[in-house]
Design a protein around this ligand. Structure first.
Ligand code: ADP
Ligand code: MG
Length: 365
């Protein structure tokens, strides 16, 4: 079992002056949280900003405890260890299993949480990286099938039990931070937080605007320069939004001069090799937050697997569907493609060396 040592750094900035009332716009709490294998930064504003930030941290830790694949007592670990038998699990996992099934169906399997045995074979669960043989991958690919995950009792049952197919296991790594961000929106509302910037490592939630009234600026990492956190492909200006990025540069190993990253194409068992270097999915956080946060995370992974053409087709097909989202695609041949809804919110970094194209609804086919 692997669990990162967690620590919290609390910086309270209550700029109240000498004994005067707290200015709700300036009161600010910023905490760093190490969880879900990620360094996270939670910044909340408002009179109740400290309580809100720590409540957000509680959400993350509770979700990690029940959804981590590497914590033995988690719901996910119990399900993975059950050998196909039914297991009673909590509402968070049941929600995610239902949504994951939907997301897999609509992405035609590009997103599939049952890819876990394959991801493990590459060593991404344990950090003992290796290139599996084709024979091994062929055997493991038979276990990759989201439709074999079974919810026995339906969404409203009193005795919630779910099961996997024999030999299957699941990994919610591609979806859990987006779900956490969606849940944190509930905390921001409950604590009447006027503005916040929550960065769950590639999953960003911006709430309200910046204290000076301008939109939050969300940097899109230059995938070609992953070690320089200041190297950006560009910047998105957003309010009340999720912006989730998946990229092959985030987690990878090299063998014989070839790079293997952690986003697996469930059709091949190999790291996705679609010509995309990163995918950012943005959607509103003001309504349907739980769904939109989860969706952005799942789509960023799935569209990275699909590649430019299919990703843009997918975007176009969803424009009438009631859950609009927008994209920033960075390609391996140094282009940045921005979908119409973000055209006037994205600024290319002049020093990035990328060219920028905007795609409209009509030209996306
Ligand atoms: P990150 O977790 O780095 O933000 P993603 O959201 O793209 O990145 O999720 C990648 C993780 O999801 C991998 O580490 C692996 O556990 C799992 N995974 C990899 N490929 C897929 C896939 N095609 N569908 C669902 N989950 C995947
Ligand atoms: Mg994801």
């Amino acid at each position: 079992m692997k669990r990162l040592t967690a620590y919290v750094l609390g910086i309270s900035l209550l700029l109240a002056g000498c004994g005067g009332p707290v200015d709700p716009d300036k009161a600010q709490e910023s905490i760093q949280v190490i969880a879900m294998d990620t360094a996270m930064l939670i910044t909340t504003y408002g009179e109740r900003s400290p309580a809100a930030a720590y409540a957000a941290e509680d959400i993350i830790r509770d979700l990690e405890d029940c959804l981590s694949r590497t914590i033995e007592t988690s719901d996910v670990s119990r399900l993975n260890a059950a050998g196909g038998e039914a297991v009673e699990v909590g509402e968070d996992l049941r929600f995610l299993l239902r949504e994951a099934a939907r997301l897999s169906a609509e992405t035609k399997g590009a997103f599939d949480i049952t890819v876990a045995p394959v991801a493990s074979a590459w060593g991404f669960t344990t950090d003992s990286f290796r290139v599996p043989s084709q024979e091994e991958l062929d055997t493991l690919l038979k276990l990759v099938d989201y439709s074999a995950v079974y919810d026995r009792d339906g969404p409203s049952a009193d005795s919630p039990a779910v099961s996997l197919g024999p030999g299957q296991s699941i990994d919610l790594g591609a979806i859990v931070k987006g779900y956490a961000a969606g849940k944190i929106v509930g905390i921001l509302r409950e604590y009447e937080v006027p503005r916040a910037n929550i960065n769950l490592g590639g999953n960003v939630l911006v709430w309200g605007s910046r204290p000076d009234g301008t939109p939050w600026r969300v940097g899109i990492q230059d995938p070609a320069r992953p070690d320089d956190k200041n190297a950006l492909a560009g910047v998105l200006e957003l309010t009340d939004s999720f912006a989730v990025t998946s990229g092959g540069y985030q987690r990878y190993f090299e063998e014989n001069g070839k790079r293997y990253h952690h986003i697996i194409n469930p059709a091949t068992g190999y790291p996705a090799d679609s010509g995309l270097a990163s995918v950012t999915v943005a959607a509103p956080a003001g309504s349907q937050a739980l769904w939109n946060g989860t969706m952005c995370d799942a789509y960023s992974t799935a569209l990275f697997v699909m590649g430019e053409e299919k990703a843009l087709d997918f975007w176009r097909d969803h424009q009438d569907g009631g859950s609009p989202f927008e994209l920033v695609l960075v390609t391996e041949d140094s282009r940045v493609i921005v979908t119409g809804g973000l055209a006037d919110r994205f600024t290319l970094d002049e020093n990035s060396g990328y060219t920028c194209e905007t795609v409209s609804y009509e030209t996306a086919s």
